[in-house]
Design a protein around this ligand. Structure first.
Ligand SMILES: NC(=O)c1ccc[n+]([C@@H]2O[C@H](COP(=O)([O-])OP(=O)(O)OC[C@H]3O[C@@H](n4cnc5c(N)ncnc54)[C@H](OP(=O)(O)O)[C@@H]3O)[C@@H](O)[C@H]2O)c1
Length: 283
């Protein structure tokens, strides 16, 4: 069997390939990226650009199971178009089974919402390919740990209201994806890769205090206050609006989902948010 992983040079793609290599030496692996020279042997590197569909059909040929990881391009309209092109290319290349990485809480929304490409991608996948699986990732624990690091000096962790998020470690998302790619019986399934528990804003601050020994508190701010603070910190406008949307999704409960999917697919329980914080903040 030949398994293809798109976004192979990225954080998630590299970890999926590592998880597959650790467990399954008898599977041929293909890493697809715009920079195939970054793909380490014995994985076969192939050039594939979501913005060049002609190249993609060639890149996906001969692959039995393909993982599509969206790019991190936040410009409105880009990721939705890229995902549709990649799904069409997989279909034309005759890939029998396509697995899409999507996001927790995906529902019908339109651009410029950050959720629109995931909604459009999921719908296009279901309509286009006969065997598909969707893996919805919760918010990365590592991304939140990075945010905490950058605001650490202030002693304040900002939010837009009461939040509940089942932060998942990126390695657990990768291990779950590898479990789908190598396993059987996953066609037509929508999984949610989540951490082991939801964490409120106050619990998040308490965990940071416990891990670092520092005085930290959670502060729900108004939208205007948060927007002003982020703009003052010099963040570009599109990043500010992405953060505001993510924070309001935290409050709306989009990431307030706990499942046993990581354990079922990866074969081990998901890492706790505290363990990711310990690893990241202590380092
Ligand atoms: N759930 C969360 O909390 C969370 C947080 C952060 C990110 N994410 C999302 O999770 C996904 C994976 O994250 P990551 O950390 O692995 O991202 P990453 O390290 O930025 O990797 C992105 C990958 O996309 C590839 N890519 C970019 N533009 C491309 C194009 N036009 N055609 C083909 N490939 C392209 C890149 O490869 P080349 O440049 O080599 O082509 C790279 O391998 C992304 O969709 C990201 O937006 C989720």
């Amino acid at each position: 069997m030949k398994i293809g992983v798109s976004g192979a040079s990225g954080n998630l793609g590299q970890e999926v390939l590592s998880a597959l290599r650790r467990q399954h030496t008898n599977v041929a692996l293909v890493g697809i990226t715009r920079t195939p020279s970054t793909v380490p042997a014995p994985v076969e590197g192939r050039e594939g650009d979501y913005d060049r569909p002609d190249l993609l059909v060639q890149a996906y040929r001969g692959i039995d199971r393909l993982l599509l990881i969206p790019s991190a391009d936040l410009r409105p309209g880009v990721r939705g178009r890229q995902l549709k092109a990649a799904i069409d290319a997989a279909h034309y290349a005759g890939v029998p089974h396509v697995v899409l990485v999507s996001a927790a809480g995906t529902k019908e929304v339109t651009e410029p919402s950050l959720g629109a490409p995931y909604w459009e991608g999921e719908q296009h996948l279901i309509r286009t390919v006969s065997q598909w699986t969707i893996l919805r990732m919760n918010y990365y624990a590592e991304s939140m740990a990075e945010e905490i690091k950058s605001s650490f000096g202030s002693g304040i962790l900002a939010g837009l209201g009461p939040e509940r998020v089942a932060y998942v470690s990126r390695d657990d998302v990768a291990a779950a994806a590898a479990g789908i790619l190598i396993g059987e019986g996953h066609a037509g399934a929508i999984y949610n890769a989540t951490g082991p528990a939801t964490v409120t804003g106050e619990e998040r601050a308490a965990l940071v205090a416990k891990v670092t020994g520092a005085q930290v508190s959670f502060a729900p701010l108004s939208r205007d206050q948060l927007q002003g603070g982020l703009a003052q910190a010099g963040l570009p406008e599109e990043v500010v609006s992405a953060i505001l949307e993510i924070k309001s999704n935290f409050v709306a409960g989009a990431f307030d989902i706990v499942t046993g999917d990581v354990e079922r697919l990866a074969g081990h329980p998901p890492t706790s948010f505290q363990d990711v914080l310990s690893e990241t903040l202590e380092a």
